[in-house]
Design a protein around this ligand. Structure first.
Ligand SMILES: [Zn+2]
Ligand SMILES: [Zn+2]
Length: 186
């Protein structure tokens, strides 16, 4: 799985941007696995402290959250994307504070002692807000591949991406090349 550096965009030890992308894809893309077990493994892989198995209620709350975030990726108008994300952020308990649980001082966005789902919500929402403010809403998108439903966040310095992965990019590059050859005069 392609992973951006956790500190690249948000300066936070958990990669809120990567978590948002992975969560939205797990829940809203065809090939995703939104089961409690898969969501728990996903969050642990992004360094969230997951104390026990993710419960059915937590999984349902995470799935609801992923479905709230997806339109922020899908919206192509920056002002509307900002409105959407501001609306979403207003639903999340925020209480920025510096925490140090053996990892060195770093910023937490949710209230001290926030439950897992609220930590995920605060972290992913703020992560996406940093992308929009620092790089522009166009860096959040849905894969251009007609058959792919995955979202992406492009936090690279290079030209902006249009596909969720190299796999989708390559498939479409090859298809476009073949289409050009087929339509070229013999
Ligand atoms: Zn922490
Ligand atoms: Zn794709």
């Amino acid at each position: 799985m392609a992973r951006t550096s956790p500190t690249e965009v948000t300066g936070y030890r958990n990669d809120g941007v990567g978590t948002a992308v992975a969560l939205v894809n797990a829940v809203t893309a065809d090939a995703g696995d939104p089961s409690p077990e898969a969501l728990g493994a996903l969050l642990a892989s992004y360094n969230f402290k997951v104390d026990g198995p993710v419960s059915d209620d937590e999984a349902e709350a995470l799935r609801r959250w992923a479905r709230r975030l997806r339109p922020v990726f899908a919206e192509t108008d920056e002002a509307r994307a900002i409105d959407l994300l501001n609306g979403v952020m207003a639903e999340v308990p925020m209480h920025p504070h510096i925490s140090d649980h053996g990892e060195g001082p770093h910023l937490h966005y949710g209230p001290p002692g926030a439950v897992l789902v609220d930590r995920i919500r605060a972290n992913t929402a703020v992560g996406l807000a940093f992308v929009i403010c620092e790089l522009g809403a166009a860096r959040l998108g849905v894969c251009l591949d007609a058959a792919c439903e995955r979202v992406y966040a492009d936090v690279s310095r290079g030209p902006r991406r249009r596909y969720c992965s190299k796999t989708c990019l390559n498939r479409n590059t090859v298809a476009a090349y073949r289409a050009r050859r087929a339509s070229a005069p013999a």
